[in-house]
Design a binder for this molecule. Sequence first.
Ligand code: GAL
Length: 650
Amino acid sequence: MYYGGDYNPEQWPEEVWQEDVALMRRAGVNLVTVGVFSWARLEPREGEYDFGWLDRVLDLLHDGGVQVCLATPTTQPPPWIGEEARNVSADGVRLTHGSRDTYCVSSPAYRAKSLEIAARLAGRYGRHPALAMWHVHNEYGSWCHCEHTAAAFRVWLRGAYGGLEALNDAWTTSFWSQHYSAWEQVTTPRATQYLPNPSQALDFRRFLSDELLGHFREQKEILAPSGVPVTTNFHFGDWVPVDQREWAEAVDLVAIDHYPAQDPPEETAFAADLARCWAAGKPWVLMEQAVVAYTGGRIVPRRPGEVARLSLSHVARGARGVMFFQWRASRGGAELWHGGMVPHAGPDSRIFREVCELGALLPSVPDAGDVRAEAAILWDTASWWALQSRGLPSSEVDYLDALRQAHRVLYRHGVTAGFAYPSADLSAYRLVLVPSLCLISDADAANLRRYVEGGGTLVVSFFSGVSDEHGRVRLGGYPGALREVLGVRVEEFHPLAEPVELSDGAAGPPPSGAGSPPDWGTGTLWSEHVHLAGAQALVSYASGPLAGLPAVTRHAYGSGTALYVSTRLADAAFARLLGLAPHPAGLELVRHDRAVFAINHGDREQPVGPGRDLVTGTVVESLPPGGFAVLAGLEAADAGDVRVGIGAER
Ligand code: GAL
């Protein structure tokens, strides 16, 4: 288990380094990431190198028993770098040095200089005894629209489409006089008068992901001969043009940065489950988190015990390392108020004491085998990107919001869930949720059909299956590729400005003698004119233009069941649909092969078990607020049983 953070000794006089190492030892730190933003200090003038200070830092850390995750500093070139190495915004502005991430990976000058500094580091430190890991770059994700990028984009497109006519077809350039007659006419989606071509925008993100990945691979090739794992830290944001699914195959271990703000436990569970999906069996680590939260324009310290709970949540979901940005809070610079494991107040502080406590606890967390998820939520980067286009039927449909709701409902009911790709073998899951998967290939649609045929329960929500992988609509009725398995045909979308009432079952009066029907609340955001084509209505619209028509349907298909949810249900209604049992608020449970990890994020004592806590060796029957245990022999309290309620029972 790695424990530590980004260490930026170049911001401090050398006397402080001695204290740093002593404090790291006190905190149980065993790994620090060094050199992320050090290019200007390592190569102060082009071709003139200064490695002396880094030699001393690495030796000092090694003598102190702290291992090094050594970064290549390519995420921010020094001020001397030529203008051509910097990126150009969509409206044609060449960005200026002064912040960070100001580079263009397609620029030959940047490419050459960045590989050279990586090679110098590999040559000098590849055999250093402190070296445990390489950290390439930082949070790849910069965009560029310069001529080099446009040329590389054309090369990528030729590879993807072969001929120009195939590109014209995939991008539907017959619309708005966009038909290309020569490759030179094709460029990046720069600023334009009105709506850009959505297929072009989607391909540009796919290209950028591949182009950045090419740069990562080149660095990895340089660093790999040293024999230690090579990684880069994934940043998760809707502006990031990185398809983590593909990148995860290229790294030796997956590393994520995570800065939860609104609901830290739920956001942490979401991010950690996603990281585990990306890692697909490889180790993964939390490379960066913070001792503060950014909320509503404020930077607020994490509450007492919160840093530990969130860190343990990552560990419970499979993380093999818990790291921070950064070791020591900076005195100046753009992020001086960001906080650190050693805050401005110094080691005599609550934060540093908590950092030490966590460092002491982590080595005692047992290996309880793999996380055992019984439900999966499908994750698809291209659908996420496509749902960021303008010109959609509703500007309010938010892919992440849909995923977060699906995850939150399972999380709040104690169900151990994972994410999976639409092409994955889903047969191990009892339940698969498919939120707004708007783009789907024929092969992936067939995979989902096979899952249901084989006995699985698939719950698809609105605006799924509608387009092919280029974003072209599948004709004949929505949800396109999923019509057959869902047994419905949707004629129109009716995005909602106001909530609409929902009623139980098919339209019409309830059967006489029936008890009071469940309350499904309202549908919000979206609704659809659904025709049954084999499915039965479980919930209907009771107000609005679609009153009397099906809102939620169930279809028996092969040995399984496919549900379609054509509106946004409230969380409680979603949980009812899945038949989830009530679960104590704030109690996080994660099943592993040999134990259940339990964390109490709430402010009340919660009964769990009884089970034997593998951390302390004692029998535990309840968890105090902030409590943590790894419970073996917990079958009786193995909460979070998935029963797909109305789908299965009626
Ligand atoms: C991360 C980044 C760090 C630091 C941190 C502050 O995204 O990798 O260098 O800037 O954010 O929140």
